[in-house]
Design a protein around this ligand. Structure first.
Ligand code: C2E
Ligand code: MG
Ligand code: MG
Ligand code: MG
Length: 286
């Protein structure tokens, strides 16, 4: 794009880029203090088993509230955390916090739910990631079957051979693995077969226009059929309407997550949500 510009407007673009870089650096400086200053929190978004209407899991989603900047979106700060490697200490804090929270809900006698944690590519690449995972489970006392790791299709397709080895080691620990944002990356079907994953997450971009764009409907339908054909579970993200839920239910999608059920909630609101969503209360009767 810059190539086609004249000399004069080129310098405009580089000023612009400089400003962008300064903003990124400022954000990184703030982010460096976020953990010690307790500015980070996890919210938890319910995942509902469609056939029973039960909330069977929650996805942990990171929230950053800065005293001056206010709430900063993960879409803005996660890339900065990844470029600066701050995602490593932050990611460890996320794992630890989510596991401890899930264990604490179990200790409080809540219906058992699995907690899903998003893992960044940099975390997965750490040579000792599996050891860290094992230590975290031991320290927090969470049974591995109650933890699910969400990895994007894009992450899995980088360093595939190394990843496959790591994923098998994680599976051996007993944790569940799910492929996030499925359909937006470039995973080849032959790799899909080789990854020891349990679940595909249909990306929100296909769910959004499910009812209006026949292509998206066909894609969602195909992902569900393919997942089941491969013996995998399938969950749709970003479900906002009863129509979308009905479409997915009719095609035997296993689980759903989205604003139709609930936004991501602070941990303290999860027990009330679970007692509200009694079996059957969400089920759409066709
Ligand atoms: P994701 O893992 O695909 O998470 C789903 C995103 O969709 C979340 O955005 C969630 O709040 C949003 N969402 C859920 N239901 C709906 C819906 O019905 N409608 C709409 N419009 N949006 C919905 P959020 O929390 O802003 O996170 C964005 C992304 O940031 C996540 O995408 C994930 O890639 C990343 N992220 C968030 N938390 C973490 C974390 O703890 N660690 C890492 N590594 N990445 C994270
Ligand atoms: Mg996710
Ligand atoms: Mg996703
Ligand atoms: Mg997504």
């Amino acid at each position: 794009q810059a190539k086609s510009q004249t000399r004069g407007s080129c310098s405009f673009y580089s000023e612009d880029m400089k400003r962008g870089e300064m903003q990124r650096l400022a954000l990184e400086t703030h982010l460096r203090h976020a953990l010690p200053r307790n500015e980070l929190a996890l919210h938890y978004q319910p995942q509902v088993h469609i056939a029973s209407g039960r909330t069977v899991g929650v996805e942990a989603l990171l929230r950053w509230s800065h005293p001056e900047l206010g709430m900063v979106s993960p879409a803005t700060f996660i890339p900065v955390a990844e470029e600066s490697a701050l995602i490593l200490p932050i990611g460890q804090w996320i794992l630890e916090t989510a596991c401890r929270q899930a264990r604490s809900w179990q200790d409080d006698g809540l219906p058992p739910i699995r907690v899903s944690v998003n893992i960044s590519g940099l975390q997965l690449k750490q040579p000792h990631f599996v050891d860290l995972m094992e230590q975290t489970l031991r320290r927090t006392g969470l049974g591995p079957e109650w933890l699910e790791l969400e990895l994007t299709e894009t992450i899995m397709m980088e360093n595939t051979e190394d990843n496959i080895r790591t994923l098998y080691q994680l599976k051996a620990l007993g944790v569940h693995l799910s492929m996030d944002d499925f359909g937006t990356g470039y995973s080849s079907l032959s790799y899909l077969k080789r990854f020891p994953i349990d679940k595909l997450k249909i990306d929100r971009s296909f769910v959004r226009d499910l009812m209006t764009d026949p292509d998206d409907g066909a894609i969602a339908e195909t992902i569900i059929a393919m997942a089941h054909g491969l013996g995998l579970e399938v969950i749709a993200e970003g479900v906002e309407t009863a129509d979308q839920l009905e479409f997915l239910q009719a095609r035997h999608c296993d689980k759903c997550q989205g604003y139709f059920f609930s936004k991501p909630l602070p941990a303290a609101e999860i027990p009330a949500f679970l007692s509200r969503s009694l079996p059957g209360s969400w089920v759409v009767h066709l």
